[in-house]
Ligand binder design. Structure first.
Ligand SMILES: N[C@@H](CCC(=O)N[C@@H](CS)C(=O)NCC(=O)O)C(=O)O
Length: 203
């Protein structure tokens, strides 16, 4: 398998972390969606990452769909998401909130790419306010261990990726351990695992 996209892309990183946690070997081609479009286009005509090239040549898109496929491959006992019930519902809620925040972080990043005279301060501030509210939702739902069922799941993967993107890159002034101790503790615990540590793009 080949995974196309850089770890800086949280959507790519969640697929990479999943592959590593599940012990599925892959080659990583860390092409940047904005800066290396010609390298990505043969794999992903819309120049979206991640794309996952399967061994038979088929190419999968969209991180959630790719992860769904990987879970199916390893079976429900090894999947990083409960097959049904309250644990599945709760995990999907964490993933949904974190993904919505991640979308806001991406929009904030895109805003920084504009020439400064074309940046709209009120738009950036509105995006930050929405992201901050999302983190408060996550913090209030988090406990002291893994987020759902005392087992590492896709909820932890997406929440940690989103927290690190904000605290280490996009919003470090307001997203930090003092303000979000449970999320910070979760990220620290995840970083003890190679799949998280070896894919961290912010050093
Ligand atoms: N829903 C998609 C979102 C993928 C996405 O937006 N990736 C970004 C990088 S983080 C990208 O490819 N941006 C380039 C573009 O949209 O033109 C997924 O989960 O894979």
């Amino acid at each position: 398998m080949k995974l196309i996209g850089p770890w800086f892309s949280g959507y790519t990183r969640r697929v990479g972390i999943t592959l590593k946690l599940l012990g599925i070997p892959f080659e990583h081609l860390p092409f940047h969606a904005y800066e290396q479009q010609d390298l990505i286009r043969p794999f992903s005509p819309m120049v979206k990452v991640p794309a996952l090239v399967l061994d038979d040549g088929d190419i999968l898109y969209d991180s959630a769909s790719i992860i769904d496929y990987l879970h199916e491959q390893v079976g429900p006992a090894r999947a990083l998401l409960a097959a049904n019930g309250a644990d599945r519902r709760d995990a999907l809620q964490f993933i949904g909130i974190a993904s919505a925040i991640y979308g806001k972080l991406s929009d904030i990043y895109d805003e920084t790419l504009r020439p400064s005279e074309l940046q709209i301060a009120s738009s950036s501030e509105s995006l930050r306010t929405q992201a901050l509210a999302g983190f408060q939702m996550l913090e209030s739902r988090a406990g002291d261990g893994w987020l759902v069922g005392n087992t590492l799941s896709q909820a932890d993967v997406m929440v940690v990726i989103t927290f690190q993107s904000a605290s280490l890159a996009m919003m470090p002034d307001v997203i930090h351990a003092a303000a979000f101790p449970k999320l910070a503790q979760l990220a620290a615990r995840a970083m003890e695992i190679d799949a998280f540590d070896s894919t961290l793009p912010f050093r």
